[in-house]
Design a protein around this ligand. Structure first.
Ligand SMILES: O=C(O)CCC(=O)C(=O)O
Length: 289
């Protein structure tokens, strides 16, 4: 359970380190499952095998001597039982329910972003909700679980306090895509927060997360993560949840749309097995046996 002061901190900043949620045993199993999937690679799954929805190097700079990689795996929970248990993790699910005030929650999708040691690429400044145009109202809060200590050296996330209250600012953030290295990541230039904002300055902060801890962020919080030039990998997973109010927007595009056979405006709670319910009536339902 999050405390009232943690919930206040989240509502002020738009992010929160929720502390440790994984046992040593769980961490070991998650790392081993991720490593074996990374070893297999995007083309290593047979048709009969359960597999993730997407597996790709999302770095735009993957060729040549400066090759950089961010391995993105969407819905690893569909390929590995340890990750399936993680999306139902009672502390994570309860935390999301507390921070959203929603009693019913489903998984929208999960997402590994693995930055290899020495040549891990950047995840540029962005907000999540504008990139998810097939659901409304927007899915409000995500959980990000570190499988390695994530710090400034190996590309931890950076966030901007209060930015989630400034609306959809993706057009502005798209002008800042040149910021990729650790030394330049704080140099967001040329944006003035709305005059009535509680926080009126753009102050990017690195947000280290220890392995086994969960960090929560709002889907309009400005965030990103620079290169990993350290000699340590950065393994982590984001789990994006929807509330029971989410409805399908048929005009949008998203990699998860292929699994939605609903009419425009229908509740995403009816979207089926790729979007499992994890919380009902404010209580985590727990992983299937
Ligand atoms: O793992 C990262 O560095 C970025 C993750 C992210 O953008 C997210 O969780 O929304």
């Amino acid at each position: 359970m999050l405390t009232p002061s943690q919930i206040d901190e989240f509502h002020r900043n738009g992010f929160l380190n929720g502390g440790p949620v994984l046992t040593g045993e769980e961490l070991k199993e998650l790392r081993a499952d991720l490593d074996s999937i990374l070893e297999k690679g995007p083309d290593g799954f047979s048709n009969e095998e359960p597999q993730p929805v997407l597996f790709r190097n999302m770095s735009g700079r993957a060729d040549g001597p400066d090759a950089l990689a961010v391995w993105q795996i969407v819905n690893i929970w569909e390929a590995a039982p340890s990750f399936e248990r993680l999306i139902y993790h009672p502390s994570i699910v309860k935390g999301i329910s507390q921070l959203t005030d929603a009693s019913d929650l489903m998984v929208w999708h999960d997402q590994i972003q693995y930055k290899p040691a020495n040549y891990g690429g950047a995840t540029r400044w962005h907000q999540d909700a504008p990139l998810w145009p097939i659901i409304l109202p927007m899915t409000p809060v995500s959980a990000w679980v570190a499988l390695d200590d994530a710090d400034e050296e190996n590309g931890c996330m950076w966030m901007v306090p209060g930015s989630y209250k400034w609306g959809d600012q993706m057009p502005y953030l798209r002008t800042q895509q040149h910021l990729e290295g650790r030394e330049e990541f704080m140099n967001l230039q040329g944006f003035s927060p709305p005059a009535d904002s509680e926080i009126k300055v753009v102050e990017p902060q690195p947000r280290p997360v220890k392995s086994g801890e969960v960090s929560f962020h709002h889907s309009l919080t400005w965030h990103g993560s620079p290169f990993n030039r350290s000699n340590r990998p950065r393994r982590a997973i984001a789990i994006h949840y929807m509330t029971g109010e989410s409805r399908f927007v048929a005009s949008g595009e998203h990699v998860m749309k292929q699994f939605v056979e609903l009419k425009d405006g229908a509740p995403m709670a009816e979207a089926g097995e790729h979007f499992p319910a994890v919380c009902r009536g404010g209580e985590p339902v727990g992983a299937p046996a």
